[in-house]
Ligand binder design. Structure first.
Ligand code: ARG
Length: 460
């Protein structure tokens, strides 16, 4: 029997059915049904024979799902109904007992929590995989000077190892965010029923234990309404993808003829259909472009959830495509970043040439005067004057005469000034913790290694 006298309109079905995308939840749906059936029998809500029949049917479904032979039917609205229908075909009357004490509302929330947990674990692993690669590449380029930039203007020279390690720290923070997402999937929604709880003496802790949840959601209304963990994953993924877009953007710039700082390996580049000389850093460009796509999924999900009255609303079905697309996109982004950074070649000469620009030492000259007692703000003015004199006469700083230096400030002794400008001196003087002297970068590298090991030791 059905409550409805008329069939659903075609367009309504196309709007409403979710099977085309929520089939990805099938493995989790089967697992939770296995646990649910075990619990129903343990609580004497169904018989042991019914449980065994359900388990046998669910094992067949699991196999059909994994080898792609699951027989979908015309009327399957979503993955939950498809699996229940199939279980009933296989198990007969026992199949009709599977949905005892359960609603699709707590069921879908549970599937989504399980899917999100797996995605967060995978993203956490992939972030650390990239940290490991970055640390290795940074170590190999620990003391290669390059210009550091602000406003994309050469600012102060740094070591390439230092610059690469910046991304390692970003990804270590990303890892922390994905771990927090795993925590957010801890409380089990199942057992909340449609919204008010179940009319049976269920054992939710038993189900939680079997499915790897750490606790049970305490409020059935909240349990079926909650998609915070989806928002949390999308937020963590957006931040991570944003980091990767900055990495991609730098590789695009750096591999241009104009910079010439690096070359991506052939495996991560493509040619042009018309210009035979070209090697395009497509992977880096796509790293750049995926970030707004992923953060767009987050913005969409906030839009879906905002203003929704409790509890379950069909709007929430939209969570799936947003989440799945973000998960798939981020997986590709992190795999591409790993492959590209692991095989990239840096151009030592070009990096060094670009960092030899003496004007990059302007701050260091000012600090030299600070050490001789002049307040920093005045030093800034003295050096600005020196830069202007040099630029307007087409000279570099070290080409200024001792007289010009003395005119600029009596504290500016020529010997100290010229020594300061000699090769590399102003890189090695950045001795502060986290700074660019090679000793500081080496210490930082060790700190990053330790942070990586701690992150890897996180119990999953
Ligand atoms: N396909 C639905 C979804 O993804 C499952 C839950 C349906 N619940 C309901 N009361 N219609 O959200």
């Amino acid at each position: 029997m059905s409550r409805f006298a008329e069939p659903q309109a075609d367009a309504f079905r196309r709007l409403n059915d979710s099977l085309a995308f929520d089939w990805r939840l099938a493995p989790f749906d089967v697992q939770q049904s296995v646990a649910h059936a075990s619990m129903l029998a343990a609580q004497e809500i169904i018989s042991d024979e019914d449980r065994d029949a359900l388990h046998a049917a669910l094992a067949v479904v699991a196999k059909e799902v994994s080898d792609g032979t699951f027989p979908f039917a015309e009327n399957d609205e979503d993955v939950h109904m498809a699996i229940e229908r199939r279980v009933t075909e296989l198990a007969g009357e026992a199949g009709g007992r599977l949905h005892t004490g359960r609603s699709r509302n707590d069921q879908v929330a549970t599937d989504m929590a399980m899917f999100t947990r797996q995605a967060a674990l995978d993203s956490a692993d992939a972030s650390l995989g990239l940290v490991e690669i970055l640390i290795d590449v940074a170590e190999r380029h620990l003391d290669w000077p390059m210009p550091g930039y602000t406003h994309l203007q050469r600012a102060q020279p740094v070591y390439l190892g230092h610059h690469l390690l910046a991304y390692a720290w970003m990804l270590l923070r990303d890892h922390g965010r994905f771990v927090a997402v795993v925590d957010a999937t801890g409380p089990l929604p199942l057992g909340a029923g449609a919204l008010a709880g179940a009319n049976f003496n269920t054992d939710r802790l038993m189900v939680a234990g079997e499915l790897g949840f750490t606790s049970v959601a305490e409020n059935s209304i909240d349990a079926v309404s909650n998609r915070d963990f989806v928002l949390d994953y999308l937020a963590a993924a957006s931040t991570c993808a944003t980091h990767m877009s900055r990495l991609g953007a730098e590789i695009v710039l750096w591999s241009s003829e104009e910079f010439g700082f690096c070359e991506v390996s052939d495996a991560w580049a493509s040619g042009s259909s018309i210009m035979p000389q070209k090697k395009n850093p497509d992977a880096a460009e796509l790293l750049r472009a995926k970030a707004p796509r992923i953060s767009g999924r987050l913005a969409t999900m906030y839009g879906v959830m905002h203003g929704l009255p409790l509890t379950y609303n069909k709007d929430m079905q939209e969570d799936k495509e947003q989440l799945f697309d973000a998960v798939d996109s981020l997986e590709l982004v992190l795999a591409a970043a790993q492959g590209m950074i692991g095989t990239i070649t840096f151009k030592r000469e070009r990096l060094a040439q670009a960092s030899e620009d003496e004007f990059l030492a302007a701050t260091d000259v000012a600090d030299y005067l600070v050490k001789r007692g002049l307040p920093f703000r005045q030093c800034h003015g003295v050096v600005a004057g020196l830069v202007r004199t040099a630029v307007s006469s087409g000279r570099t700083l070290s080409e200024l005469t001792p007289q010009e230096l003395a005119d600029a400030s009596p504290l500016l002794d020529a010997e100290g000034f010229y020594a300061l400008l000699r090769d590399g001196a102003w890189l090695e003087s950045k001795v502060s913790r986290g700074g660019t002297s090679s000793a500081s970068v080496r210490a930082q590298l060790e700190h990053a290694r330790t942070a990586l090991q701690q992150a890897q030791a996180w119990p999953r």
